[in-house]
Design a protein around this ligand. Structure first.
Ligand code: NAD
Length: 333
């Protein structure tokens, strides 16, 4: 490709991805399957890496999500809510694990916390003196939407913590619609002549961003915590991500039973294979697994790049279906 052809392709890709981001994050109405989006995103990343002069902080490869909707009050995140880098093939996971080893230059094997990649919407929950005082979407990573009234309706999400909880605790996790509940909800909606949701991810994100929380309350949403954000300083936190998840659980926050700590990168591969084999038996939809360096000290050494931590990777499963297409059905947004 000539330089000008490369430049033109980069511009095309940025425009396309920006449009798809708006459809997906702002309108909850994607027009292309994730596999197609991921392919274009990867192509843009590769072109930018091969032609550093074309890199730009305005490129979608440097950004998270999309700006918050005006209909909601805004919440500035005290710690940015980032995305995750992706691996699609075993070799890509292996390359990630090698980079981690090289950067940490550690004599011993590196332990990982392995988690299902829940396919819903990321939220930040703030607890003060054990009470849920605020819920927010990820938004563009810096500023999200205030969805406090809506998250308060999620039945397995505690409004009050228990045990020896910190005075101030921000919890991060995923709100999702379990597959069975999703199917039942859609069936009833169609019977009432209402619109059905295109997929559980779309259902969770759309339900969370309702202006009337009574509507959200009727949606069968669930929550699983997967990390901590800001935590008041006097709290004794474990140096292990896995143990921090146990701490969250001890304060009453739900965590997926599939979370597991493994001793090294080969343990991550076994975890990926095991969850992939059981994917269809899980109560919720997942699109892969998330593998996180377990030691918090090592996470801090590795740090972040613009949109994702260097200490974690989302290893995606092969696409199950191109896109849920129900002929003759009008999808809800
Ligand atoms: P992502 O979904 O690839 O990964 C980051 C997100 O994973 C987090 O924000 C969190 O919400 C979620 N997550 C689930 N389980 C987690 C766990 N255990 N630990 C940590 N995080 C966990 O990133 P993204 O930036 O939200 O979205 C990018 C992806 O969305 C793309 O790869 C594509 O598949 C899809 N997308 C599709 C379109 C489209 O038009 N079809 C448009 C934009 C994005």
């Amino acid at each position: 490709m000539t330089d000008s052809a490369v430049k033109q392709r980069v511009q095309e890709l940025r425009a396309l991805i920006t449009r798809y981001n708006r459809e997906y994050y702002e309108l909850d109405e994607p027009s292309v399957p994730d596999i197609e989006y991921d392919r274009l995103f990867r192509e843009l990343q590769q072109l930018e890496q091969a032609h550093p002069q074309l890199q730009s902080e305005h490129s979608p490869t440097q950004k998270v999500g999309s700006k918050p909707l005006d209909a909601f009050s805004q919440v500035a995140h005290e710690m940015p809510m980032l995305s995750l880098d992706n691996a699609f093939e075993t070799e890509e996971f292996e390359a990630f694990a090698r980079r981690v080893e090289e950067r940490l230059d550690s004599a011993s094997a590196i332990a990982y916390c392995c988690e299902p990649k829940l396919d819903g919407a990321a939220v930040s929950l703030l607890y003060e003196d054990g009470k849920l005082v605020r819920g927010a979407t990820r938004g563009d990573g810096q500023v999200g939407e205030d969805i406090t009234a809506n998250v308060r309706t999620i039945r397995n999400l505690p409004l009050q913590l228990s045990g020896e909880f910190p005075a101030r605790l921000e919890v991060r996790g995923e709100v999702f619609m379990p597959v069975q509940a999703f199917a039942e909800y859609n069936e009833k909606a169609l019977a009432r002549g209402e619109k059905a949701f295109a997929n559980p991810r779309n259902a969770a994100a759309g339900s969370l961003r309702q202006l009337d929380s009574r509507v959200t309350a009727q949606r069968p949403l669930h929550f699983y915590a997967y990390s901590m954000g800001v935590v008041s300083e006097e709290t004794q936190l474990a140096d292990s991500h896995y143990q921090r998840l146990q701490q969250l659980q001890s304060w009453g926050l739900p965590v997926s039973a599939e979370v597991k700590r493994v001793n090294d990168a080969s343990g991550c591969k076994a975890y990926y294979a095991d969850i992939l084999a059981r994917r269809d038996q899980l109560r919720y939809e997942i699109d892969g697994v998330v593998l996180k360096v377990d030691s918090i000290a090592q996470q801090q050494d590795l740090g972040f790049v613009s949109r994702a931590p260097r200490w974690a990777i989302a290893w995606k499963f092969p696409a199950q279906e191109e896109m849920t297409v129900l002929k003759g059905v009008d999808f809800q947004v």
